[in-house]
Ligand binder design. Structure first.
Ligand code: RB5
Length: 188
């Protein structure tokens, strides 16, 4: 697989570890920087670079690392077609693939250890998207991106969620899932 990797200074060390691990595992790695942990740089530059590489087909997938993985993931997600997921371990990495078909994995160099991060990345690159109901949800996002879709609005009881109104209010204020028992790893 061709994998674009990018980080800011805070993510540099973990990015370097992960890039080496991915090369050793037989992947082709496109390193888009940063080039040092000692020179402060701005994470959006690198998140956007990884996102563009994936969206433009120069890479199949991406790995983004900043201090927390949050900022660089926000930036990567601004590129149409990118589904960047912040993960902390193998479980969140697996679900990011199975349910979200994430094409960029984001990690925090200051929040996740090398072993957990390596495990998460290995899981991310070896797990398939489950499709089915998850595809319908991703289509809502890509329709919105391409301008074809309309805002789906709050879902009604006839759908998979129900809308509640605050007392005295005529506007919908929150959407509450109706499905009981939807745990973090297997619910609908
Ligand atoms: C840099 O200090 C830090 O803010 C950045 O790496 C990241 O954690 C932002 O989300």
């Amino acid at each position: 697989m061709r994998i674009a990797v990018g980080s800011d200074h805070a993510g540099f060390d973990l990015k370097a570890e992960l890039a080496k691990h991915l090369v050793d595992a037989g992947h082709e790695v496109l390193d888009l920087g940063a080039d040092s942990p000692d020179v402060p740089v701005d994470y959006p530059v690198f998140g956007l670079a990884v996102g563009r590489a994936v969206a433009e087909g120069r890479a199949d997938r991406g790995v983004c690392v900043c201090g927390t993985g949050i900022g660089i993931g926000i930036a990567a997600n601004k590129v149409d077609g990118v589904r960047a997921a912040l993960v902390h371990d193998a479980t969140t990495a697996r679900l990011a693939r199975q349910h979200n078909d994430a094409n960029v994995v984001c990690l925090g160099g200051r929040t996740t250890g090398v072993l957990e991060a390596t495990d998460a990345v290995d899981t991310f690159f070896s797990t398939e998207f489950e499709g089915g109901r998850h595809q319908r949800r991703l289509d809502l996002i890509s329709d919105f991106e391409s301008g074809r879709g309309q805002d789906p609005g709050p879902q009604r009881a006839s759908g998979p969620g129900s809308t509640r109104r605050a007392p005295g209010s005529t506007a919908s204020t929150s959407t509450t899932p109706t499905t009981a028992g939807a745990g973090p790893t297997g619910g609908p």
